[in-house]
Design a protein around this ligand. Structure first.
Ligand code: ADP
Length: 355
């Protein structure tokens, strides 16, 4: 196995609080093993354009508490082209980069697997507030984002209580409803709507009417951005008219992506960063770091990407061809586990909002 002298680290796709702690961990963990680290700026964009800088231990001091990413992030369609990949590989050669740790979401992992195929050992770390990487129980940024949503919902609750209003809150998560569901439960929402599970809008209106008749002053209805376009605004209108409750709509959007990371995000990011360096220095490649049942494990990126598509009902022709029956069975089990988590939480949300 070739000796690793220098590795690169980048953050890519949607930013997530905790990415900085992961960068720090990669840098310090590599330096502790005598391996130099270069920061690649703006994700794959910087790998193509050669925006690199050697990162010292001092460079990553006091960054665990910072939101965003000190390496910046970007979306880089050029990276998915042959020409873009050729430039990226050339940058690695010119700068003697022996391997890369890529922190981001599923798009970032698609890029990471391409890099691996082109001979650059690459390890992915899940960094996305959406927690929508099916192969891992947890992705960096999720906890911070949820706490930010919870704070916003608590603030809205105060004013709703004073004015006897309802607030319909849309939260990020792309197609995934984890943020909406966990925050909905935690802020005592009357109803939660997510793309993955059925939502009975009429029953929601009826419940709001019933609770108002019993004297309840304030209401929160939370939904994920995966619901059809205009869902929150239309529901707000219906509640105003049909339930006769003064109702406002708010989209929390990108504010949920910022802010100081929570302890959980700093800790898991640090552990994942250190683990990724272990993997790369062991000569592993094309893997994503996952947390399962409180343990860190490494999963083939190809498996991670396909199980994601299976979970989202987006399997493409031939997707399963390169996997064994055992691997496909493991995907099905994983999808069932993830769905069960959501269903259990939705049951709790509904039960608690009943009376
Ligand atoms: P995330 O990593 O948060 O899912 P994106 O989907 O925007 O964010 O992906 C981040 C970047 O990963 C893209 O801008 C692109 O550079 C790279 N990428 C995405 N899909 C592919 C692909 N199919 N092949 C190569 N690179 C890709």
């Amino acid at each position: 196995m070739a000796k690793f002298r220098k590795i690169g680290v980048l953050t890519s796709g949607g930013d997530a609080p905790g990415m900085n702690a992961a960068v720090r961990a990669v840098v310090r963990s590599a330096l502790a093993r005598g391996v130099e680290v270069v920061g690649i700026y703006k994700g794959y964009t910087g790998l193509i354009s050669g925006e690199l800088k050697t990162i010292t231990s001092a460079d990553v001091a006091n960054i665990t508490g910072l939101g965003g990413t000190i390496l910046y992030s970007d979306r880089c369609p050029e990276f998915a082209t042959e020409e873009g990949m050729a430039k990226a590989i050339q940058t690695c050669k010119d700068n003697e980069i022996d391997g890369i740790v890529a922190i981001g979401g599923d798009g970032t992992f698609r890029g990471a697997t391409d890099l691996s195929m082109h001979g650059i050992p690459t390890i992915g770390i899940p960094g996305t507030i959406d927690n929508d990487i099916t192969s891992t129980d947890y992705s960096i940024g999720f906890d911070t984002a949820m706490n930010t949503v919870l704070h916003a919902a608590d603030c809205l609750r105060d004013t709703c209580e004073s004015h006897a209003r309802c607030e319909v809150i849309e939260v990020m998560g792309r197609d995934a409803g984890y943020i909406a569901l966990e925050c909905g439960i935690s802020c005592g929402a009357t109803a939660v709507a997510i793309k993955e599970l059925p939502f009975d809008e009429d029953a929601c209106i009826e419940k709001l009417k019933e609770l108002r008749a019993k004297g309840q002053r304030s209401f929160i209805v939370m939904h994920s951005e995966g619901m059809p376009k205009g869902f929150g605004e239309a529901l707000t209108e219906r509640i105003n008219i049909e339930a006769d409750i003064d109702t406002r709509f708010i989209r929390l959007a990108h504010m949920v992506r910022g802010g100081a990371p929570t302890l959980r995000d700093r800790l898991i990011a640090t552990q994942m960063g250190d683990f990724a360096v272990d993997l790369i220095l062991e000569g592993k490649s094309d893997l994503v770091v996952c947390q399962r049942d409180d343990k860190l494990v490494a999963t083939d990126i190809a498996w991670a990407l396909v199980v994601d598509r299976m979970y989202k009902n987006k399997l493409k022709d031939g997707d399963l061809d390169k996997f064994t029956a055992e691997q496909i069975e493991a995907m099905k089990v994983r999808c069932a586990q993830k769905k069960a988590v959501l269903e259990d939480m939705m049951d709790v949300a509904k039960t608690l909002a009943k009376n």
